[in-house]
Design a protein around this ligand. Structure first.
Ligand code: ARG
Length: 278
């Protein structure tokens, strides 16, 4: 059966990133982290610079937040806040090792003059578990974000929220198991979700790109799409082929050093979504 290729178009994005100046693996809060394994911070910085340059070369704006010494996971900016229509909901981290990142992100947005900066009451790890698809937000729970945070998200950002429960500890944040490709399309790894959530995903996105386990464990779903280009780990080769078939342009990125902390492309990227101009 021949498939009609959708006409894809990139739109300019605004990202916030944090240089991995103090990156290290000194504790283990997910199964990928092994503090006994050496980490090359210089290599992590070089790989991260590569991602930043790639975004800029594709026409995207990248803002930077100052890294804080003693916060080795701060490079994973996606966990700092969720931003929709210039409204900001700051994260509240599950683990004490990352708790101090939240005030740093709060200050960055407050200093930037964002019109609403909400502080969260419930534990939520921001875009690690919250994925904006068109007018809806898919919200993960199971490992990090407290399910009670989902109602708080809906109230703060004014968008309907759909709860999805993760069950495989390798995919502890929603952004390791699902990625947004466009306002109506997603890709996901079915093995990461409980049966009810899988049924929800199938009903909402019958044409989703369904990803194989090998690409999921290569962190292929930790991807960022601008509507045409999909930035993803270069080791997720099967998934790159699936994306090409759908008319996307996969752009492979090597962030192997950051994977030692259980993060890749999307984890390093907080998307700032502005209010549409009337
Ligand atoms: N070591 C970090 C943690 O376990 C990695 C965070 C990855 N971020 C993400 N958005 N999935 O919290």
């Amino acid at each position: 059966m021949s498939q009609t290729l959708a006409v894809r178009q990139a739109t300019r994005r605004h990202y916030l990133m944090c240089r991995p100046t103090y990156f290290d693996v000194t504790y283990a809060i997910n199964p990928w982290m092994d503090p006994g394994k050496p980490v090359d911070t210089g290599l992590a910085i070089a790989q991260w610079e590569g991602l930043r340059r790639l975004y800029q070369d594709h026409g995207h704006t990248v803002d930077l937040i100052e890294p804080v010494e003693g916060l080795p996971d701060m490079v994973f900016a996606a966990n700092g806040a969720t931003v929709v229509d210039d409204r900001v909901l700051v994260a509240r981290f599950r683990h004490p090792q990352r708790a101090a990142e939240a005030p740093a992100y709060r200050e960055w947005f407050t200093a930037g003059g964002y019109r609403e900066v909400h502080l969260a009451t419930n534990v939520n790890e921001a875009e690690g578990d919250y994925m904006v698809v068109g007018a809806t937000i898919l919200a993960g729970t199971g490992f990090r974000t407290d399910p009670r945070a989902h109602a708080e998200l809906q109230a703060a950002l004014g968008r309907p929220v759909v709860t999805l429960t993760l069950t495989d500890p390798r995919f502890y944040h929603l952004d390791t198991a699902l990625a947004v490709l466009s306002d109506t399309e997603v890709m996901y790894y079915p093995g990461a979700f409980c049966p009810d959530s899988l049924a929800t995903l199938r009903a909402l996105f019958p044409d989703a790109v369904v990803v194989e386990e090998a690409d999921a464990v290569a962190f292929g779903l930790n991807a960022v799409s601008d509507g045409l280009h999909v930035f993803l780990p270069d080791t997720a080769t099967g998934l790159a082929g699936q994306l090409r078939e759908r008319g996307f342009e996969p752009v492979g990125v090597d962030l192997s050093e950051l994977l030692k902390a259980g993060g890749s492309v999307k984890c390093c990227t907080l998307e700032i979504r502005h209010q549409a101009q009337a």
